[in-house]
Ligand binder design. Structure first.
Ligand code: BG6
Length: 492
């Protein structure tokens, strides 16, 4: 069913407006949209947070955020000043009815609550904010609420968060952000798969040998120990970003790009993930924790010496897994996943390794054929490479010399001159326009947690604790061994 387009909102209220995410991503994204004329005419922007600021105080904060996080070539004094004029600020205590009434008074007249509430706050107060908004009469049928991860720390707590918000807002009013879905190359994955004839006929267990997803970061805890030390890589990255990528790689073609069609296909994949049972923990999972080492030529501390990390913490800063999708298309195809902090380089990549050709006609001369690979690099550069076999030039007489060479599509070059947008720009625009395709539905969040919980539980039951790895390395040696156990190797 296609829902009628939502009416353009008259206001956007950013809760947590003085927080880190707002400063780095959300205020700059709104600025870019505003500068390109993409925000609805007259949209009132309201910053809401606990800090006792007035409008001018908040505008100074937003100006500083633009100063730091918007490139010089995209701003000038006049446009920054004009953008800031659109902002108001309300110091809010979400548990106080008076305070919420004051917030409401900053808004223009509401018709059926046509406001976007962006909750860039701790998930622990999503429920209270939703309730406060309802009591203040701000949550009509046209209102939308945006929530960020983490949606809970496990299935049970994610149900609590979803229920608390779901009591006030209907599912189609709720936009759960996974910022990976706003990344250009992630959307490109859909175009690559479903906009070309070339790949889809091979996109199954007949044509594909294995799939690898790597999200590798050089940063450490970054002062977020209070959060990260209770989550770890499995919950912080795999439950959301990695599983969303996996779902997009593995899903069946949706009938079109509408929210229901795409999400109906993703949920089928998430529900088909084979549960990792305790007897699979040692063969299918590796947890790691970094020790002191060097990253980008600089010495860095070990995880346990990071500020705020618990003594003897057994939190995972790295995880590698083998996932299996139990359905017709993917039966027998391993999906190897790895993600970690303090790795040697920062990059995110999906690698599709195709099956070898059925018979090697060059084999007698010793010619070795590498399987074709499709490499989809999401960041830092956006590149899609197809590795194909080619003959090395020359007159070798003892058999053909061959090598795999890339057919590259550098999206940065192909679309040179177009500014690479912050993932949040795409997502904010979609919320404003009422398009939920790139947001995560409740059932997806819960299916992902169910799969993650089984692994966390298996670690506990089997006493599987993280293996140390030196910061700046590719994780514990057992992570290298994981795909080797099944006859495969990580793509480097
Ligand atoms: C966030 C995680 O969701 O994603 C962080 O909480 C992680 O720990 C970040 O650093 C990675 O995002 P990106 O876009 O930099 O790959």
């Amino acid at each position: 069913m296609t829902l009628p387009p939502a009416a353009p909102p008259v206001a956007l209220i950013l809760f947590g407006a003085t927080g880190d995410l707002s400063q780095r991503m959300l205020i700059p994204s709104l600025y870019h949209l505003w500068r390109d004329g993409l925000l609805p005419k007259g949209l009132v922007l309201v910053g809401a947070a606990r800090s006792p600021l007035d409008d001018d105080g908040f505008r100074a904060f937003a100006a500083e955020s633009l100063g730091r996080f918007v490139a010089a070539e995209h701003k000038d004094d006049a446009s920054v000043a004009a953008f800031l004029q659109d902002w108001r600020y309300s110091a809010v205590d979400v548990n106080s009815a008076d305070s919420m009434a004051t917030l409401k008074a900053t808004l223009p007249s509401l018709t059926d609550g046509n406001v976007v509430f962006y909750l860039a706050t701790s998930p622990s107060i999503y429920g209270s904010i939703a309730q406060g908004l309802q009591q203040a009469g701000m949550t009509g049928g046209q209102s939308r609420v945006v929530i960020e991860k983490p949606i809970g720390k496990n299935l049970a707590t994610s149900i609590e968060v979803n229920q608390a918000v779901g009591k006030i807002f209907r599912e189609e009013q709720i936009y759960r952000i996974d910022h990976y879905l706003g990344k250009e190359t992630v959307q490109n994955l859909l175009v690559l798969r479903f906009g070309n004839m070339l790949f889809e006929p091979l996109w199954n267990n007949q044509g594909i040998e294995q799939v690898q997803i790597t999200l590798s970061e050089t940063v450490g805890v970054e002062g977020r120990a209070a959060y990260y030390d209770t989550m770890g890589a499995l919950r912080d990255m795999v439950q959301n970003h990695v599983l969303q990528l996996l779902a997009l790689v593995a899903m069946e073609p949706p009938s079109d790009m509408n929210a229901a069609a795409v999400r109906n296909e993703k949920i089928k994949v998430l529900r088909s993930l084979r549960p990792i049972t305790p007897d699979m923990i040692s063969t299918h999972t590796v947890a790691g924790q970094y020790t002191a080492g060097a990253v980008n030529s600089g010495a860095v501390k070990g995880y346990l010496d990071e500020d705020g990390v618990a003594q003897n913490s057994i939190n995972d800063s790295f995880v590698a897994l083998r996932a299996d999708i139990d359905n017709w298309r993917w039966s027998g195809v391993p999906f190897y996943i790895r993600t970690g902090k303090r790795m040697p380089t920062r990059y995110s990549e999906i690698v599709i390794v195709f099956k070898p050709v059925p018979h090697n006609i060059f084999g007698r001369g010793g010619g070795i054929l590498a399987p074709n690979k499709l490499i989809i690099r999401l960041q830092p550069e956006e590149v899609i490479s197809l590795m194909v076999m080619a003959k090395e030039p020359g007159l070798a007489r003892d058999g053909m010399q061959m090598r795999d060479v890339p057919l590259d599509v550098s999206l940065t070059t192909a679309f040179a001159g177009q500014r690479r947008r912050i993932a949040y720009e795409r997502l904010m625009l979609d919320v404003i326009e009422g398009n939920g395709t790139l947001f995560v539905r409740r059932d997806e969040v819960e299916a992902a947690w169910a799969w993650i919980d089984a692994i966390a539980e298996g670690w506990k039951r089997t006493g599987h604790t993280p293996k140390p790895y030196t910061a700046g390395s590719w994780g514990p040696s057992s992570a290298i061994a994981l795909p080797e156990r099944f006859g495969h190797r990580w793509h480097d």
